[in-house]
Ligand binder design. Structure first.
Ligand code: URA
Length: 185
């Protein structure tokens, strides 16, 4: 485990810990404020993220940015990372061996940031952080507390592309996050 985010990032720039390391263009490590009380966790990079090395810059990211704009959340003030740091080909779900090879990097990021609130974006994030027994349809919008961290599961922003009502849920879930964050300060 690294105490320092830069050291951690440097340590994994040449990671070949799983097969995604062979096909990626860039590692998508994570961006934002490492002192943030709020952290967002997605699934894994898509094509745009793979090219730019930055999380959520593609179509789904634009929808997330729209919600952030509405709620006046500054992307640079929160921290955004993913379950896997390299792009799964053809946007397939990350596989178990890939997640196993990568998840300790995310755990290390959480250890450094020490967020009070973690927003879990979609099923893959929810199940790999809190457990396979969780269902995103049942858990979204509800706080789950574990080991002193408050988790808010919500839809993955890509789901908002297909369903208007999910956009409303997403905004409402993030409103809860902001309200809770204000209570915690
Ligand atoms: N989808 C994710 O889960 N993460 C990204 O960074 C981009 C799209």
């Amino acid at each position: 485990m690294y105490e320092n985010m830069e050291e951690l990032q440097n340590a994994i720039t040449n990671c070949r810990g799983c097969k995604l390391g062979k096909s990626r263009t860039n590692i998508v490590f994570g961006t934002g404020n490492i002192n943030s009380k709020i952290m967002f966790i997605g699934e894994g990079p898509g094509a745009d993220e793979d090219l730019q090395g930055i999380p959520f810059v593609g179509k789904a990211g634009k929808l997330m940015d729209n919600a952030f704009d509405i709620l006046e959340i500054n992307r640079e003030e929160v921290y955004i990372a993913n379950i896997v740091k390299c792009r799964p080909p053809n946007n397939r779900d990350p596989q178990e061996d890939e997640i196993t090879a990568c998840i300790n990097y995310l755990r290390n990021q959480v250890m450094i940031i020490k967020p009070k609130i973690i927003v879990l974006l979609g099923r893959i994030a929810l199940q790999n952080i809190l457990g396979k027994e969780y269902r995103i349809t049942e858990s979204r919008g509800k706080w789950i507390e574990k080991k002193g961290i408050l988790y808010m599961p919500t839809w993955h922003p890509a789901a908002l592309l297909r369903d208007e009502t999910k956009k409303i849920d997403f905004i409402n879930d993030l409103k809860q996050v902001l309200n809770k964050n204000n209570e915690l300060i």
